[in-house]
Design a protein around this ligand. Structure first.
Ligand SMILES: [Zn+2]
Length: 738
């Protein structure tokens, strides 16, 4: 026994692997790295981005077939799975400023020299927001900054009501779908969203094609479906959109926007903004157009007319399986979407081509004798851009089988030069950090973990550096919405991660006709060094997940993270109480009246109800028990590598199914599709994550009763989760049970 320990201590041991299996795993990984091909990435990028490939396009289908053939040629059991979804496209678009200085918006992106696909006009979807309502409205215009709830509070204090008006909001501050949703809640009849040059235009850098930033006529397309309620086909919530699925009526689909919404360029936005009268906007609301920004309204009205083809379109998901030899019914799933708004080179193909080469590389190892314990499922999703359509419908359609078999889901999307970013289930943090040590940054040669650490320290303000010094751990961010993990993590409770490189290729091509092969190879990731680094990182995640003797789960990281969230919530509640008391006193002491410029119209804020104390004890007790059990389990984790096969199989099943117990069938308040109780997209932020969402959003929206109820729900969820860990302990440390 001592002899074995001595030898083992001289060797490296991967999380979840025995010493012997570690040696062979690392050997195969080396071979995997050397088999990856920059040339492949370029060949596939060139083909897949050669024509516009949105949902329902000729090239979209051709791309799915092209990739399916690749997977087949590498030995994957491959199918194309189709779903039939509501996908509106523009039939008519008009936006004009009426009155004394009329202007008709161009709503077009011109071809530019040096970008070979920018002139494919007849196949491009024009600038529009998918799932906007049809509408024909003429009304006064009001500028609402980013159009998020806080902006409307300020507008209210300025005495501006958007009821019956059209609002114009700039991109940023939230996911775009929040802007028309909040506008409609405030009674607006139309919504225009524009890209201010401040954010990704000339203020940020040289514009395309000279530089990577958004040219004056560039338009950011994108969905405005109310995805924080449920993503996927609006007509088939909770079930797969198969040909004969039961569909709800379009007018009953709550996720479709209630007012017309249109995205425009800053060239088209300028005359509209210039026409506005009223007060000058607060300093923080100014953009970078050469005008004085006013809130409005102006004396001239705006006319917005939008009509859509409300067609049902087929989706083409590519699903490719490589069967595991020991646990064929345990699935390690990997996905990236293949549809783009136009040519979509950066978003999504930069991630897609990396996934392809990774899948090829692993299959080639298998042919040489590398054994996969578990089954790999490689997916190329269609319809992510409109509303995570392909992945959501697939997850809903296969929910029974996935709940049984899915061990893990790994997502990627766009990828570019820079630093590794990773988000996901917190049980996977130590596992991911081990991998980040083993992959090298293509530009500097140090590990991607070292490079990310250097950047974090350099970016930090001087006061916080001493605390960060030496802490190289990459903290996984919590996942909200934004790409194809939602169906897996938030609907089914499957442990998930999303990874990608970025941060050194900022630009303004996003969702425009300029996100092209020429753009990406010049500005995104010239030479594909980071495409290869992504394959190396994601490939390791897939191979180690597939081949670990015991799944690399760490309940301690999860526990620590949730304890931090609870501390955050208590601080949030305490701060809300103090701020409310202070502001109420300022109102009663008439400080707002005394401070304001009497010549400017400005209302006082309304006073708020006193913030009650909430009782966190049930949750704190549940977490104390979780902590105790998580620590005990992790202590026995190392010995679990030595368990007999049948016990290991049982243990693994408990480990990967534990995440399911973090879901509640009833879902979150007012959005039952979102079942995970720890992570959800914000109801009013969209992409932005809300952790412990039931409690947090109750506090943020001053719904104290709901916040208290959700403390109870989360507590019960944690108790159930702890029970799973206890079950695992019965296998790894059976003595402790007595
Ligand atoms: Zn994408």
């Amino acid at each position: 026994m001592c002899f074995i320990v001595l030898i083992a201590s001289a060797q490296r041991k991967l999380m979840g692997f025995t010493e012997i299996n570690t040696v062979s795993q690392l050997k195969w990984e080396k071979q995997f790295d050397s088999s990856l091909s920059l040339k492949n990435l370029d060949t596939w990028m060139l083909f897949l981005s050669s024509r516009p490939h949105h949902v329902g396009s000729v090239q979209g289908k051709a791309n799915a077939e092209y990739m399916a053939n690749l997977f087949k040629s590498w030995g994957y059991e491959t199918t194309i799975e189709s779903y039939y979804v509501l996908f509106p496209t523009p039939k008519f678009r008009a936006l004009e400023l009426l009155g004394s200085k009329p202007y008709t918006a161009k709503l077009e992106e011109p071809e530019v020299a040096g970008d070979r696909t920018s002139g494919q006009k007849s196949e491009q979807l024009p600038g529009y927001n998918a799932y906007s309502a049809d509408g024909d409205v003429t009304a006064e215009l009001v500028y609402v900054n980013q159009g998020i709830p806080a902006d409307y509070e300020l507008l209210d204090r300025m005495g501006i009501d958007v009821k019956g008006k059209i609002v114009i909001a700039k991109y940023g501050g939230s996911w775009r779908g929040i802007k028309p949703k909040v506008a409609a809640e405030h009674g607006a009849v139309g919504c225009i969203i524009y890209s201010d040059p401040e954010d990704d235009g000339y203020r940020a850098g040289d514009v395309y094609p000279a530089g990577p930033f958004r040219p004056k006529a560039g338009i950011q397309r994108g969905s405005v479906l109310d995805m924080p309620v449920y993503p996927g086909d609006p007509l088939t919530p909770g079930v797969g959109a198969t040909k004969d699925a039961k569909r709800i009526k379009r007018e009953d689909a709550v996720t479709i926007m209630k007012i017309p919404v249109l995205p425009i360029s800053y060239e088209d936005a300028q005359p509209l903004l210039e026409s506005l009268g009223g007060q000058v906007v607060p300093a923080a609301w100014r953009g970078s157009l050469p005008i004085t920004y006013h809130v409005g309204p102006g004396k001239d009205k705006v006319h917005l007319k939008l009509l859509f083809n409300w067609d049902t379109k087929p989706l083409y998901n590519v699903i490719a399986k490589l069967k595991g030899s020991e646990y064929p019914d345990e699935w390690i799933i990997r996905g990236n979407h293949h549809d783009g708004w136009v040519n979509g080179a950066a978003d999504p193909l930069s991630g897609m081509v990396s996934e392809l080469d990774e899948a090829r590389g692993i299959a080639a190892l298998v042919k040489k004798g590398y054994k996969l314990k578990r089954t790999l499922v490689y997916c190329a999703w269609d319809g992510e851009e409109p509303s995570l359509l392909g992945s959501t419908e697939w997850a809903e359609d296969h929910q029974v089988e996935l709940k049984q078999k899915a061990v893990f889901y790994l997502n990627t999307d766009g990828n570019s030069r820079g630093f590794i970013n990773a988000g996901g289930s917190h049980t996977l943090e130590p596992f991911f950090n081990e991998i980040a040590t083993d992959v090298n940054d293509p530009q500097t040669g140090v590990s991607i973990k070292e490079r990310r650490y250097a950047r974090t320290l350099v970016d930090a303000d001087k006061a916080s550096r001493p605390k960060l010094m030496g802490n190289k751990n990459i903290k996984l961010s919590a996942l909200g919405a934004g790409s194809d993990w939602s169906g897996f993590l938030q609907f089914l409770g499957i442990s998930s991660m999303n990874i990608g490189f970025g941060g050194e290729a900022a630009g303004g091509q996003y969702h425009s006709i300029y996100d092209s092969y020429d753009y990406y190879t010049k500005f995104g990731d010239p030479g594909y060094g980071y495409g290869k680094a992504l394959s190396e990182t994601a490939g390791r995640i897939m191979m180690r997940m597939a081949n670990a003797d015991v799944l690399p789960i760490d309940f301690g990281s999860f526990t620590k993270t949730v304890l931090d969230y609870v501390t955050e919530l208590k601080t949030l509640l305490e701060n809300t109480r103090l701020e409310t008391e202070t502001e109420n006193k300022m109102i009663s002491d008439k400080l707002f009246d005394l401070a304001k410029d009497p010549k400017v119209q400005y209302r006082n804020p309304a006073s708020n109800d006193v913030v009650p104390y909430l009782n966190f004890s049930e949750l704190e007790n549940a977490l104390a028990k979780l902590k105790e059990n998580a620590e005990a389990f992790q202590k026995s984790y190392a010995t679990s590598m030595l368990l007999p096969a049948d016990k290991q199989k049982k243990l693994n099943e408990i480990l990967y199914k534990a995440e399911r117990s973090l879901t509640q069938e009833k879902g979150l308040p007012r959005r039952e599709w979102y079942k995970h109780q720890i992570y959800a997209p914000g109801y009013y932020t969209g992409y932005g994550v809300k952790t412990l969402p039931g409690i947090r959003e109750g506090i943020e929206q001053r719904n104290w009763k709901e916040a208290q109820e959700n403390i109870g729900i989360v507590s019960k969820t944690i108790v159930e989760y702890t029970r799973q860990i206890e079950k695992a302990e019965l296998i790894t440390a059976p003595k402790k049970a007595f």
